[in-house]
Design a protein around this ligand. Structure first.
Ligand code: AMP
Ligand code: MG
Length: 538
């Protein structure tokens, strides 16, 4: 396909094979006006994106385009920009916003819904896969509550880059096809402190097998709309869990167990790579165990399990790094309450919730064994080893990503003093001068125990390196890197967005030319908004 052949471009875009099963098979809101309202007995409301002035492509993810069978030239076309900003609909698109509820920060918030997300429809690609397309920031919907339905460039860069970075890190996630500017300004008071500013508006096109959330089920149970609850559960079974049999109490339970397992897997991945979601409300929990809704998320720099990137969450720290496994369980318990009317027994739901704990523990142990380069996690020795490691990581400010990545460079030698033992890890310390002799003794004591444990294991160092480098990333989307990309993009230069997208494609590879993107947070970013502090304002 050539970029200069508009006919063929049109063909690549217009031959997208839409099959809008969600709207076809689920109850619709009969009202199609775009006005705020409570929507009863319906899964969605039809709504059109708002027209914008001047769409402009900032970046697109070629891998996601490929999932949709779109070639690069099509993505770079004017038509693409018009379509994925929401100005133009393709034949087969049938836009709608979903109704859902949710617990926000532990409190039931009633109806939330897609306030600024508009689904365009689902396509079946050439491999027979179903992909739902969703614009975020394409204007208000009946669920916009008092907000404008828009998104700014800052938060859209963050969502776009992080979705793709997470995917390449091997973390289950929704994907992002494109990031476009709208050509319009949007007013945001970033820290809700009376300092509103105009920011460039943007739209991200998200892509996932489905965007169904825990809150999509909760809303029906809360409203005692049990028939609609059953319809959505049965639909989800058919569409997102086709390997399960037709509906029955037993299958509903199997389904819930599977959600418990996949959620546990997702959280283990977050803990592995140092990702903090920041707003684990039940409306931000995917039924498919995908990371969804990238808002005030952050990446651990210095290893601090009490850290939350979200300023709104700072007082309680509900969504802090170390609490994510507990919150996921709490959220699953809310989902269990939501589907209870279809099951009528509490014991099997409680058993499934127990299963979450079992899966999480097992997954976490396997993950730790991999991060440490052990053949297998042996609780007899490795529980103490990992407990002690946690303490070592918290002694002074220690970069989690660099520490694990460099651990593989330890060289076992006889009679090493503390300094030479620690030397390969020094880069992980934010302020190496903070390391006192006592700290060094503690760190090297752990390193010696660890080296002994490795010796018992008997893996060759080449094999160990291969295993460790496959799970300990060299590159993550550090908070300050995303912010640098935003600063440039706001000044009209999209190069860093695209460079970061490229670097994050291979997070486990050594990329000598991109060493700068593996560096720990510079001092200037320690207290800078967007780097260490984020808000839900987006
Ligand atoms: P979040 O915390 O981003 O998951 O959002 C919570 C709820 O607020 C969801 O129902 C969103 O759709 C809605 N929301 C967030 N920002 C906006 C906005 N600018 N316009 C309309 N709805 C929004
Ligand atoms: Mg949300």
């Amino acid at each position: 396909m050539k970029a200069d052949n508009p006919r063929q471009l049109a063909k690549s875009l217009t031959s997208l094979n839409f099959d809008n099963r969600f709207v076809r098979e689920l109850p619709a809101d009969p009202d199609s006006s775009n006005q705020l309202r409570q929507v009863h007995r319906a899964c969605y409301s039809r709504v059109w994106p708002t027209q914008v002035a001047a769409p402009q492509l900032v970046a697109y993810a070629a891998e996601v385009a490929e999932l949709l069978n779109l070639e690069p030239a099509a993505c770079e076309s004017e038509e693409f920009a018009q379509i994925f900003v929401g100005n133009r609909l393709l034949p087969g698109m049938d836009p709608y916003a979903c109704c859902y509820g949710g617990h926000q920060f532990g409190n039931w918030a009633g109806q939330l819904g897609d306030g600024r997300a508009i689904n365009l429809g689902e396509i079946i690609n050439q491999q027979g896969q179903r992909w739902a397309l969703q614009l975020k920031g394409a204007g208000p919907t009946p669920y916009a509550r008092r907000a404008d339905g828009l998104a700014v460039l800052r938060s859209s860069v963050r969502e776009f880059l992080c979705s793709e970075a997470m995917h390449h890190l091997g973390v289950p996630t929704t994907r992002a096809l494109s990031l476009l500017l709208t050509g319009e300004l949007v007013t945001r008071d970033m820290f809700y402190d009376g300092h509103p500013k105009e920011e460039p508006g943007a739209v991200v096109c998200r892509v996932a097998p489905s965007f169904t959330r825990f809150g999509s089920f909760q809303i029906f149970t809360w409203r005692n709309e049990i028939e609609q609850l059953r319809q959505l559960v049965d639909y989800t079974l058919r569409t997102d869990f086709p390997h399960l049999a037709g509906p029955s109490i037993g299958v509903y339970l199997q389904w819930f167990e599977e959600i418990c397992r996949s959620t546990a897997t997702m959280i283990v991945h977050w803990m592995r790579v140092g990702f903090v979601h920041g707003v684990m409300n039940t409306d931000n929990m995917s039924i498919l165990g995908l990371t969804i809704d990238y808002g005030p998320y952050g990446w651990l720099e210095d290893y601090n399990p009490d850290w939350t990137p979200n300023t709104t969450d700072a007082p309680g720290g509900r969504y802090r790094f170390g609490n994510q496994p507990q919150v996921a369980l709490w959220n699953l318990a809310q989902l269990a309450n939501a589907i209870y009317p279809l099951i009528g027994q509490t014991e099997p739901l409680e058993a499934a919730l127990q299963l979450y704990g079992v899966c999480y523990k097992q997954g976490w142990q396997e993950m730790m064994a991999q991060k440490l380069g052990l053949k297998k996690f042996e609780p007899a020795t490795d529980l103490a080893l990992s407990d002690e490691l946690e303490k070592v990581l918290r002694l002074v400010e220690t970069d989690m990503t660099i520490f694990y990545r460099k651990l593989v460079d330890l060289v076992p030698q006889d009679d090493q003093d503390d300094d030479s033992l620690i030397a390969p890890l020094l880069d992980a310390y934010y302020q190496p001068e903070e390391l006192t002799d006592s700290h060094k003794r503690q760190i090297s004591a752990w390193l010696r125990t660890y080296l002994k444990r490795l010796a018992q294991d008997g893996l060759s160092s080449a094999e160990r390196r291969k295993r460790m480098n496959a799970v300990n990333p060299k590159y993550v989307l550090r908070n300050y890197l995303a912010q640098l990309a935003i600063d440039k993009a706001e000044a009209g230069d999209y190069s860093l967005v695209n460079d970061l997208l490229q670097v994050m494609r291979h997070p486990y590879a050594e990329q000598p030319e991109n060493e700068e993107f593996a560096r720990k947070r510079p001092e200037w970013a320690r207290h800078r908004a967007g780097c260490s502090m984020l808000s839900c304002s987006s």
